[in-house]
Design a protein around this ligand. Sequence first.
Ligand SMILES: Nc1ncnc2c1ncn2[C@@H]1O[C@H](COP(=O)(O)OP(=O)(O)OP(=O)(O)O)[C@@H](O)[C@H]1O
Ligand SMILES: [Mg+2]
Length: 607
Amino acid sequence: MTGADAPTRNRSAVRSLLRLWPYVRPVRERLAWAAFVAVLASCLSLVIPLVLKWIVDGPVAERDPGGVWLGALYLLLLGLAEAALFGLRRWLVARPLAGVEAAMRDDLYRHLQRLPVAFHDQWPSGQLLSRGTTDLMLLRMFLAFPLTFLLVNGVTILVGFVILLQQQWSLGLVLLAPAVPLVVLCSLFESKYSLVARRSQDQVGDLTTVVEESVLGIRVIKGFGRHRSQARAFRELSLTLRGTELVKARLLAGIWTTITALPELAIGAALVLGTVQVADGGLSAGTLVAFLSTALALRWPVESIGFLLAISQDAATATERYFEVMDAPEETAGGGAPPSPPATAGRDGMVFDAVEFRYPDAPEGTPPVLARVDLHVRPGETMALVGATGSGKTTLTALVPRLHEVTGGRITLDGQDITAMPRERLRELVSVAFEEPTLFSASVGENVLMGAGGGAGEADLERALDTAQAHFVHRLPEGAATQVGEQGLSLSGGQRQRLALARAVVGRPRFLVLDDPLSALDVHTEALVEAALRRVLADTTALVVAHRPSTVLLADRVALLSGGRVTAVGTHQELLRTSDEYAWLMSGAGDGGTSDGRTAGEKGDTA
Ligand SMILES: Nc1ncnc2c1ncn2[C@@H]1O[C@H](COP(=O)(O)OP(=O)(O)OP(=O)(O)O)[C@@H](O)[C@H]1O
Ligand SMILES: [Mg+2]
């Protein structure tokens, strides 16, 4: 919940919104024009009362019907011009602002891709989703409307008051009287509203997380009949959000009421005083009409301020939430550290040298997942990595492609420190297949070829599918062109695993890291995959996490991970003899039926 618990410290909405400048810069001219047009339109509406004054004091007083008609025509033209200008403003801003939103969303997405795995471990996905959708929409709305209108209304009010004071300064002052309490109330409102706005947007993020989890976990929910509890969790969150929205509405209602009531009272007072002055002969009827209609024309600009401030607050909060993600540091490009001297020139295989690792979010005082791992996988060798569940095998494999950074020691590939080479180079050298095979919404072929550089083609695809024993692909409706992933065909666990394996080997990588890649296959298919891997990857250096004796047999040697260290290295047979823990692990693997399983079982019983 890191994202949701961000400090709601006191900050200035203006400072937050100023951070949007780089995105607004490219469209600044358009926005400036739009604002200018809107100011013009708004000021046109202030000319209307002056025409009214002219009609009342001129043609009406002199009983000249022609003049009245002419005045009416002027009014009509003014109204049309105002409408046309507001239309022009909308047209001016619509397209550039859609561009701003798209650019911000693009940047967010690119940044999310570059953030380290540790960041994604800590942030609920719903919080990220809501920032990329709701928050950006709020920002576009803000740029389209309140940003211009805070300016336009400000100018209109200023110009309006100059006209009012110039018409009759004493009445003008009466109208100005509520300004002071209004300013105070608005700033009070802003500080309260900003807190609630933040809370509400964070709660939208939490709600998104729940929706996302229940969609992704629909099988578990149904399988365990958890609809009710899931629905309850959702209802609770959505009730909390509703509560927050009601607080927002209450605050808005309060400010609306005062913002409308105070000026209304002032206008009433001015009306009474003005009528008295007209009766006394101190003021012309036309001036009073002009005065009052100017005052009425100013009502909307004044009243809308509360509402504009509210949207601006929402936008400031959205900006903060957006930049909270954007400010998280990306992965370093690598190659920053001084290149380590090549220990042995040429090919040295994969070396773990006193590697230590602890998760950034691990509680204080807990021992590191990997305390001190020393391991040498020789060039061309396949090393199996065995260890009890939770011993850190997946963690160790994630260190090689630098999904996490080692916190001590170093890993070298052919003598070169992985932190000293650019990430792109590293990820060219190393291919990985993870425990959870992920397929994207694309064709089978695209999913597999994702693992190779640009040059790979049909032949490479076929070879990789063949190596991974993924012959089922040819029986799919459209072969390798069949769409899979969330938007396509659903594949079985073993089928997905084989595609993930094909993806790992398609680029013929120098180094291969496989996290239990064959766990979902039956032993016969597994044996076929092993044979193919041996043939195709004869000179690939591989580290393969294994749970079953049958997978271990794929390897030249086996390393046992225990207590954050590699405690034994040797062939399967050697380790069965020398390590009780290894023998016990292999016996417990319950492979059902392989000869090795039996050997291990016998050993295990005595352990
Ligand atoms: N992202 C993470 N943040 C914090 N701790 C983690 C994270 N991932 C794993 N751990 C912890 O690290 C330890 C090792 O986990 P790891 O996934 O490496 O085990 P494993 O050997 O692969 O287990 P298995 O055989 O079940 O796959 C576990 O205690 C786990 O709780
Ligand atoms: Mg694991």
